[in-house]
Design a protein around this ligand. Structure first.
Ligand code: SIN
Length: 332
């Protein structure tokens, strides 16, 4: 009897040993939740990431993409990321103020001259160092993903800063963006991306700021009579993951994922540059919103009204970072 028990015990141990390679080969699932549609730079980037992972790591890693706020808003997704309920997200850098104050740099009005200057900064040593700013809070930045320059819209023409006075503008959850609209005597309202269309359509808010890609894909132009080509700010994403999850991945898999992220990031830049041209044209062709181009002196008035905001935030975002962006502006 004793012998039988020993035999059973030995068999159980052996089965356990046999089972362990199967257990360790269990597929890793990466859930990627984001808020834009699939036909946007970020949406395409997420799908390309999934495709490359399928091709190179199929059977070992599976990526599940949830676009259009299907799973979480940006505010909720960062909490879910920290709980490891999702493993990838790419919110706007404007939405991380709970996790780092430094990424507010990207919201300073009229800081970046164009997307090329933005890329120059994010590729620089300072930009790359800044990508790690939320790590202390458990959020690891894997890369910057471009969307583009923001435009401003309302139901009357916004030509001079005075035209924005008293209007309610939706903003992302950023104190810099709040200060930016207060600087032109408007009323900024923090609101989730998924709620903006209805808020514009029902008059809960009067105006908004976003890129051509988002103005087109979320149909904001259908409920805004006037859109001004202001290029007053940028929309840039941080592709982020749960630091512990990423660092605990098997090294070979992590290295391949890092490589895929690099390749996808390059493609996202191209998707974004293409979208800025194509989506602006689609919006213009729709005839549903009047598109206004500012003269140099009109633009200068917006710069003079909004730029004093920098002084409020320069210690928080780093004067050295601002100087590094200005060097990029000079080169682009
Ligand atoms: C996004 O592009 O991810 C949304 C940005 C916003 O909330 O306006």
């Amino acid at each position: 009897m004793k012998k039988d028990i020993k035999l059973i015990a030995a068999t159980v141990v052996a089965m356990g040993l046999l089972a362990s390679p199967i257990a360790s080969a269990k597929e890793i699932v990466i859930k990627f939740s984001h808020v834009t549609t699939e036909a946007t730079p970020k949406g395409k980037g997420a799908m390309l990431f999934k495709k490359l992972v399928d091709e190179r790591l199929g059977g070992k890693v599976r990526v599940e993409v949830f676009p259009s706020s299907q799973l979480y808003t940006d505010k909720a997704v960062l909490k879910a990321l920290l709980l490891n309920d999702v493993q990838l997200a790419a919110p706007s850098l404007s939405k991380f103020s709970k996790y780092t104050k430094q990424w507010a740099l990207f919201d300073l009005p009229f800081l970046f001259k164009n997307p090329q200057a933005l890329n120059c900064f994010t590729d620089s040593a300072k930009g790359q160092a800044l990508l790690g700013a939320a790590e202390r809070k458990g959020i690891k930045g894997l890369g910057y993903w471009l969307n583009g320059m923001k435009q401003i819209s309302a139901n009357h023409a916004l030509i001079n800063p005075e035209d924005a006075k008293g209007l309610k503008f939706r903003i992302m959850s950023s104190d810099v963006l709040k200060a930016q609209f207060e600087a032109v005597n408007a009323n900024p309202q923090k609101m989730a991306f998924s709620e903006v269309y209805n808020a514009l359509a029902t008059g809960v808010i009067d105006g908004q700021e976003n890129t051509w890609s988002n103005i087109r894909s979320k149909k904001f132009f259908e409920v805004q009579k006037d859109t001004t080509i202001s290029n007053h700010g940028v929309l840039e994403y941080a592709l982020v993951t749960n630091k512990r999850f990423w660092n605990n991945l098997p090294t070979d898999i992590r290295m391949q994922l890092d490589q895929i992220v690099k390749e996808v990031t390059v493609q996202v830049t191209q998707f974004a540059l293409d979208a800025a041209v194509k989506d602006m044209q689609t919006v213009a062709d729709s005839g549903k919103t009047n598109i206004h181009t500012l003269t140099d002196s009109q633009k200068e008035q917006w710069v003079s009204a909004m730029k004093p905001v920098w002084a409020q935030f320069e210690d928080q975002v780093g004067k050295d970072n601002i100087a590094a962006v200005q060097q990029c502006n000079a080169k682009n």
